[in-house]
Design a protein around this ligand. Structure first.
Ligand code: ADP
Ligand code: MG
Length: 565
């Protein structure tokens, strides 16, 4: 049975498979290896995923949504037209599209996947990701930390038997740093750190903010569509800058054409505060791993936003050398997930690669602290497994009851770094009652076992008593119940995916509609005419004519804004 590897990103997703001794990225119906993580409904209520949906963010904002990965594991519902979806369901629709791409490429049904998640995802978010897989008809064989995936992709290309890596992942909305060690075929994650609210999109926003403030405008003072068009231009411009080309932002505001040119220097000054924020997590990861910057052999760049020269510059100043760039940063995580999928299938070429990982957060319980006066204060957090401990891991810590006649204890299980339990995330609780005929101060051993998938098991054993109480943390706030999953599964399977064969034509129409809305005057008229011509061809249903006209329209649209793959 083939297992696929999936990078389910905030901005872009990708799917891979282990084939002929290497991890291969599978193209989608449009021939692209990246599929934007954008989902929408079309006018018939069919589901659109990827580039078509991304084009429609501007023209159909109420029917389209993006960046839902940020809400994974929260009960929040996102509206699309008159329907509501949880982030797990929207992710499931992306996964379904990737699954369909893989099935069409491989010519067989696919039911198993390895999916990558940010190392920073907590327990709830990880379960939500598994659930998204299940809703898409995929059994999630393994959740793999994204930086670990990147390191696997990279590690296999390494010649040296012993290497320390720093994986620097700057995606659309998040930033992750990991420190890993490859030694004798064993890949070990030593520390992870990051910022869940810093990514390439913030760099785009900085450009738009500069444009607006230079005209004394603000985000709230202009129309939503104008803002979306400016963001488009800023996004494309940011990429041009990577190739050293300056760019212009231009919009018609209050009847007046307003233009600003932005060059490399201006851009770098604008984003300096963002670049500065990249340093702290790097320093923290180095500290947690007890590694000096000099001991890092390679810096692996991951995430589309790591392409920016200003980011490269910061890293080379910080480490006194240039980061490595062997693999396309957009694809590294998916390549690694494909390798992991290959390991799951037990491909022979891969037997010798072993991997370890760390838990991203501290896990502990709530305790009362004793004071010298004999008084107690409850609500304190007592760590049992420290963050960045290797997993799988099992740790026991001994506690004791406070009163001689205490009849029960409630073990509360928390994840987080705060001194006070209430400021951390409550994962669950376990109640243990003592036999009524016994009394006295009791010693209690609490054992936490955290497995390679980030699933926690808690065991409570009271000294002198035989029974052991156990809980596997599965149900917690934000995680859906069995019944709810079943209900949503039924609802999702009733939704039709837009047919794959029509993707290209559909994309052209969506892109033409967007450009028509963005432009004015003559340009708008030309776009309208070109679209009409294409629609007429579609109407006549002659495949050859449609293909020719599609080619013509694509070139025409490219003239306006370049090739936008
Ligand atoms: P995610 O992991 O969040 O899905 P990606 O790794 O695909 O994200 O990165 C997406 C981000 O990378 C976007 O913010 C995009 O603007 C940015 N990006 C992609 N290519 C470039 C480039 N050539 N120059 C600058 N930024 C880029
Ligand atoms: Mg990513």
């Amino acid at each position: 049975m083939t297992i696929i590897g999936i990078d389910l990103g905030t901005t872009n997703s990708a799917v891979s498979v282990w084939k002929d001794g290497r991890s291969l990225l599978i193209p989608n119906a449009l021939g692209d290896r990246l599929t934007p993580s954008v989902v929408g409904l079309d006018d018939n209520g069919d589901i659109l995923v990827g580039r078509i949906a991304r084009e429609r963010l501007l023209t159909h904002p109420l029917l389209t949504t993006s960046a839902f990965k940020r809400h994974m594991g929260t009960p929040r519902e996102i509206r699309l037209g008159d329907r509501r979806f949880r982030a797990e369901e929207l992710s499931a629709l992306v996964l379904r599209a990737l699954k369909a791409d893989a099935e069409s490429y491989l010519g067989e049904t696919v039911t198993e996947a390895v999916i990558s998640v940010p190392a920073y995802f907590n327990d709830t978010q990880r379960k939500a990701t598994r659930m998204a897989g299940e809703l898409a008809g995929l059994k999630v064989e393994r959740l793999l930390n994204e930086p670990t995936a990147a390191a696997i992709a990279y590690g296999l290309h390494q010649q040296k038997p012993e290497t320390q890596f720093l994986v620097f992942d700057l995606g659309g909305g998040t930033f992750d740093v990991s420190i890993l060690e490859l030694f004798d075929g064993v890949m070990e994650v030593k520390a992870v750190a990051g910022d869940n609210y810093l990514g390439g999109e913030d760099f785009t926003d900085a450009i738009v903010d500069y444009y607006l403030s230079s005209f004394g405008l603000s985000v709230s003072s202009i129309e939503r569509k104008t803002l979306a068009a400016l963001r488009e231009q800023a996004e494309a411009g940011k990429r041009d800058l990577t190739k050293h080309k300056p760019f212009k932002l231009s919009a018609l505001i209050d009847g007046e054409r307003k233009e600003r040119e932005i060059g490399r220097e201006r851009f770098e000054a604008l984003v300096q505060p963002l670049v500065d924020r990249l340093r702290r997590p790097i320093e923290r990861a180095l500290l947690d791993a007890s590694i000096d910057g000099d001991a890092i052999d390679e810096i692996v760049m991951v995430g589309g936003a790591s392409r920016m020269p200003v980011v490269y510059g910061m890293l080379s100043r910080m480490f006194g050398r240039l980061p490595a760039a062997h693999i396309d940063p957009d694809e590294t995580v998916a390549v690694g997930a494909g390798v992991q999928a290959g390991m799951k299938e037990r491909s022979e070429e891969l037997q010798d690669v072993v991997m370890t990982d760390v838990c991203p957060y501290t896990l502990g319980t709530e305790v009362a602290m004793a004071y010298a006066t004999g008084e107690y204060e409850s609500g304190h957090f007592s760590p049992i497994i420290d963050r960045n401990t290797f997993v799988p891991v099992s740790r026991v810590k001994r506690f004791s009851t406070v009163n001689e006649d205490q009849k029960k204890i409630v073990v509360k299980i928390y994840q987080g770094e705060n001194r006070l339990a209430a400021n951390n995330l409550l994962l669950g609780e376990l109640e243990v009652e003592f036999p009524p005929e016994t009394s006295g101060i009791r010693d209690i051993d609490i054992r936490y076992t955290y497995d390679i998938n980030g699933i926690l098991e808690v065991e409570v054993k009271t000294e002198g008593l035989d029974d052991v109480h156990r809980i596997v943390i599965e149900e917690n706030p934000g995680v859906m119940s069995r019944e709810e999953i079943e209900r949503r599964l039924a609802k999702l399977s009733a939704l039709k995916m837009h047919p794959r064969e029509q993707e290209r034509n559909r994309l052209l129409l969506a892109r033409g509609d967007r450009l028509y809305e963005e432009r004015l005057g003559d340009e708008r008229e030309w776009i309208g005419l070109a679209m009409q011509r294409f629609e007429a061809a579609l109407h006549r249903q002659d495949k050859r004519e449609i293909d020719e006209e599609a080619e013509r329209l694509e070139q025409f649209l490219n003239q306006f804004e370049g090739n936008r793959r």
